[in-house]
Design a protein around this ligand. Structure first.
Ligand code: G3I
Length: 381
């Protein structure tokens, strides 16, 4: 009977395709143990729904890229999207590095955080100050430059960048206001001194227009993200003002660089206080991500086991993210201890190697790696 042959062919095709399935695909992966042991952070991300990322440098080596794809499901551009990196002269934008990064992240199916459109303190456009000084109307000129950069850069990567750090560190480095005096460590916030706080709302509105689907974050360097800490409270108030003004802000990045003295109040003090702080931001209607976590090992040299103490700090932060529903991601600021910005930064290079990350210089997982896994897995319970 002719009808039988097609059915037989179909059954044969189905049998062959099932046999072709790789074993891993058919055997269901066992869930990670609550200790995180034996699980990559990418597996932990899949099981918890919390993105786990790392910063990728412009000069990322093949080894660093392999570390990233083996361990994480998200990346943040360490420098590529900064104004100084993209525009060495007024009116010119070089997309070479950012095009390469966006293409690589998409090819590797890594969620990309583009960091950052506007940061007054470091790596701002080197020509901006002179440009505004030469303009008869600096505020109009600055508004025009912010609009041009945002439309050009966000528009170019429409649909390809998941999160934009639209504004980085708007608040004063040490304090609750804005940098208004020019000093070597804390140059004035030229965006704020020229346009007032409105520059923040303008930048978010323009970014939303250029890519309505991208999530828009404000990223801040807090020393101890805690209600009652003046800078942390100032950030809460700023976000509340932006939300009240219906500014299209989707999230807040808490950088969480654990880089100053552990005795100072500026060190991730405890899981409950960080969780309470993330919850307070969440109540304002924004997502929260830990965006630049690293922990300077020399700060813990007086501990009986510095690597275990470092892991405990990482655990504190990861647990807080897992316990606070608004926390959607955790990013560490690098892969291996062989490269960290801390080893060349003026305030921390004296204690190099700072060994702040999750993989040692040889790429081996440190205690901190499993501590992050275990901390994030608290969400699964
Ligand atoms: O691009 C220039 C290059 O042209 C030049 O030849 C070279 C030598 O001087 O310098 C290169 O610029 C360096 C840049 O990184 C890109 O590699 C700067 O000197 C260097 O200072 C800059 O450091 C970056 C730092 O931000 C600037 O403050 C770090 O890599 C980066 O990890 C760090 O990241 C920041 C976040 O963006 C925001 N939060 C704080 C965090 C730490 O400062």
């Amino acid at each position: 009977m002719t009808v039988r042959r097609p059915i037989l062919a179909l059954l044969l095709a189905l049998a062959l395709s099932a046999a072709a399935l790789p074993a891993a695909a058919s055997a269901k992966l066992k869930p990670c143990p609550s200790s995180g042991s034996g699980c990559t952070l990418a597996r932990v991300a899949a099981e918890t729904g919390i993105f786990v990322g790392t910063a990728i440098s412009n000069q990322a080596t093949a080894t660093e890229k392999a570390d990233i794809t083996a361990n994480f499901n998200a990346v943040t551009s360490e420098n590529a999207f900064k104004w100084s990196e993209m525009s060495k002269t007024a009116g010119a934008t070089d997309f070479t590095t950012t095009d390469r990064l966006v293409a690589w992240a998409r090819a590797k199916k890594l969620r990309l955080r583009a960091h950052t459109l506007f940061w007054h303190r470091i790596q701002n456009a080197p020509w901006l100050k002179a440009e505004l000084a030469a303009s008869p109307n600096p505020s109009a000129r600055l508004r025009q430059l912010i609009a041009e950069r945002t439309a050009k850069v966000v528009g170019r990567y429409r649909g390809k960048v998941a999160i934009w750090d639209v504004i980085n560190e708007p608040l004063a480095l040490f304090g609750a206001g804005y940098d208004t005096e020019d000093s070597s460590v804390t140059p004035k916030n030229i965006f704020y001194t020229t346009l007032g706080e409105s520059y923040i709302a303008d930048a978010f509105g323009l970014a939303h227009k250029a890519d309505p689907k991208a999530k828009l974050f404000l990223n801040e360097l807090l020393w101890d993200s805690r209600i009652g800490d003046p800078k942390s409270d100032a950030l809460l108030a700023l976000v509340a003002r932006l939300k009240k003004a219906r500014v299209p802000i989707d999230g807040v990045g808490i950088q969480a660089h654990a880089m100053l003295g552990t005795s100072s109040p500026w060190f991730p003090s405890s899981t409950p206080s960080l969780k309470r702080y993330i919850d307070a931001l969440g109540k304002l209607g924004v997502k929260v991500e830990i965006t630049e976590l690293d922990v300077r090992l020399p700060l813990l040299a007086d501990q009986p086991n510095p690597l275990a103490a470092q892991a405990a700090v990482y655990r504190r932060v990861a647990s807080a993210c897992a316990q606070a529903r608004a926390c959607s991601g955790l990013t560490v600021w690098g892969q291996r201890d062989s490269y960290s910005w801390l080893d060349s930064y003026s305030l921390t290079s004296a204690t190099a190697p700072n060994s702040p990350l999750l993989l040692d210089a040889g790429g081996k997982r440190k205690l901190a790696y499993q501590a992050v896994a275990a901390g994030l897995l608290e969400r699964r319970r």
